[in-house]
Design a binder for this molecule. Structure first.
Ligand code: ASP
Length: 301
């Protein structure tokens, strides 16, 4: 039997606001939910989905409630779930009425013959699965609406104090899964989709080697398939932590100030995390089964 492992991120970014303790508390809640599943023999897929749901429902993260508004004052969300046992994925992009995008991504992977749905087509599938659509305003926090109005007026908003969320887990059967969910970048143009739902960019998992979830400026992550690159490094013998560092540095070597980060986990349960931004909240369960959190590198995982 494999010893389960779990690591989460809450988004690479400046995290300028004085809210770090509340952010880390949200990370602790999410990792506890995922860890309870894993330590009771649950699956990596359940652990990453449920941990991600906690962060989607939490207003201090750029996923679900708390997502950044686009240039039309609307929340548009993207999500990806990956299954390392089958090297499979489910993805959605530009949805506006799905309470927990990660759950719809998983349903698409497991219950359709397709893998990636966008916008109202994704929402139509959600209704077919019995999911309820929710109004877009339910995702919009007062703080984000105030920031949106400042951005519209070309004033400087104190932000971003929120980030995309991601999770990577290894369960007792040796299965690896990743989940990534986002509202995208602040004031993105309507219809803009970043790295998150792109298999290999926003997330990746292959039981033979490991799994990863990425965050930061999606345009830079996509160009490097950051999550796949990190797992490829692991597959060629690079330790998990060094793979996270090298994969992020590869982006930084070709794109100045790329503002990206990644969390990784290998098939033996070693963890790694690295970022180029001021902060990237990360939570993990240490070898003694104790939750740990940190706003920034080095994480001493
Ligand atoms: N990667 C996300 C995107 O570009 C945003 C983030 O991780 O902060 O949509």
């Amino acid at each position: 039997m494999t010893t389960p492992r779990l690591i989460l991120h809450g988004g690479a970014g400046p995290w300028e606001k004085d809210n770090h303790e509340q952010v880390l508390e949200g990370m602790r809640q999410a990792i506890q939910i995922g860890w309870d599943i894993l330590k009771n023999g649950g699956t990596a897929l359940d652990a990453v989905e449920q941990a991600t749901i906690i962060l989607e429902d939490h207003p201090l993260f750029d996923a679900g409630v708390g997502s950044f508004l686009n240039d039309q004052g609307e929340v548009e969300m993207d999500a990806l779930i990956t299954d390392g046992a089958t090297r499979d994925f489910g993805a959605i992009a530009a949805v506006t009425q799905i309470k927990n995008p990660i759950t719809l991504a998983r349903l698409i992977m497991t219950r359709t013959n397709h893998r990636f749905f966008v916008a109202d087509g994704a929402e139509r599938i959600a209704v077919e699965f019995g999911m309820q659509l929710v109004p877009n305003f339910t995702f919009i926090t007062e703080e984000e609406f105030a920031n949106f109005k400042k951005r519209l007026a070309n004033q400087t908003a104190i932000e971003p104090g929120r980030g995309t969320v991601g999770a990577v887990a290894l369960d007792q059967n040796g299965n690896i899964a990743s989940a990534t969910s986002t509202g995208g970048s602040p004031h993105k143009k309507k219809g803009r989709v970043g790295d998150v739902p792109i298999f290999g960019a926003g997330g990746y998992a292959d039981n033979r080697f490991g799994g990863a979830s990425s965050t930061g400026i999606g345009e830079n992550i996509m160009r490097h398939l950051l999550s796949k690159h990190a797992v490829d490094l692991i597959s060629s013998g690079v330790p998990a932590h060094d793979a996270a560092v090298a994969a992020v540095e590869a982006v930084a070597n070709s794109i100045p100030s790329p503002e990206v980060g990644v969390i990784v986990l290998d098939s033996k349960g070693n963890l790694g995390a690295h970022h180029t931004t001021a902060h990237m909240p990360v939570a993990w369960i240490d070898k003694d089964g104790t939750p740990q959190v940190s706003m920034t590198k080095p994480y001493n995982i």
